[in-house]
Design a binder for this molecule. Structure first.
Ligand code: ATP
Ligand code: MG
Length: 240
């Protein structure tokens, strides 16, 4: 049984259909990626999955139909979205942003401190900046803080919306290494990306979305070597 099954989901903005009959699965312990160009409907799909946008079809999480649950209830079940804009509390420190990431858990303060220490182990750059205001972090550091804050909720399923957006190649590689390491923690991941190559190198399975629909799917390895995708999404030349 997959941890997440998105089942014939459609999203409309007025008369415009942004997501049309999309179905996909995330198995436990997998990283699954959805790649596709601007405007394909990737963000709309994630927003529907977490309940921030109305949709038709079904969202099955851990065997349960959660389509009608409020976003807060989905979050309490271990479902988490790191949005494209990495919304942080700009006027609060790195440390306080992490602390607030645990708000949905009602955990004891000792436990929260331990979890913050673990986030700092994973992101040493955040430890160096623990008292810095989040609004003054660089783009890469903001993405790390957004990931770290999401981990504070102890999610079982993490949805990441374009974690590499606006980041230089070196820091992108670092972020993707960290994402891969989360799989070893037992977190399943649904990763939306325009950076197809980096996403497929990290993922187990992939879907390609164009104008609201899934047009290809397969193992990440198969998609990475598919000539049609190389031409459209990976700058045209195959790498091994
Ligand atoms: N609030 C909205 N009102 C109307 N149309 C919207 C709204 N949000 C998104 N859309 C439209 O829905 C379509 C899908 O947008 P979406 O943001 O889901 O795409 P995306 O794949 O995430 O793109 P990007 O890679 O640029 O983030 C686009 O045509 C977009 O203009
Ligand atoms: Mg988007």
């Amino acid at each position: 049984m997959p941890l997440l099954a998105i089942d014939n989901v459609s999203v409309s903005y007025g008369k415009a259909e942004a997501v049309r009959d999309v179905s996909l699965q995330v198995e436990k312990g997998q990283i699954v990626t959805v790649i596709g160009p601007n405007g394909a409907g990737k963000t709309s799909l994630l927003m529907a999955a977490i309940g921030l946008l109305r949709s038709t079809g079904r969202i099955i999480y851990d065997g349960r139909d959660i389509s009608r649950l409020e976003t807060e209830e989905r979050i309490e079940m271990g479902f988490c979205l790191v949005p494209e804009r990495r919304e942080l509390f700009s006027d609060l420190s790195v440390y306080d942003n992490l602390r607030l990431g645990a708000y949905s858990r009602r955990a004891a303060s000792g436990e929260i401190k331990d979890d913050i220490a673990q986030v700092f182990d994973r992101f040493p750059r955040l430890l160096e900046r623990r008292n810095q205001m989040a609004g003054t972090l660089s783009g890469g550091e903001r993405q790390m803080l957004a990931l770290g804050r999401a981990l504070m909720a102890r999610p079982r399923l993490l949805m990441l919306d374009e974690p590499s957006l606006g980041l230089a190649p070196l820091i992108t590689r670092e972020i993707f290494r960290i994402i891969a390491s989360l799989r070893d923690l037992g977190v399943s991941i649904l990763l939306v990306e325009q950076n197809a190559r980096a996403a497929l190198e990290t993922a187990d399975f992939g879907y390609v979305m164009e104008t609201g629909e899934i047009v290809h799917s397969g193992s990440a390895d198969a998609l990475m070597h598919d000539p049609r995708l190389i031409a459209t999404y990976m700058g045209g030349s195959e790498v091994s």
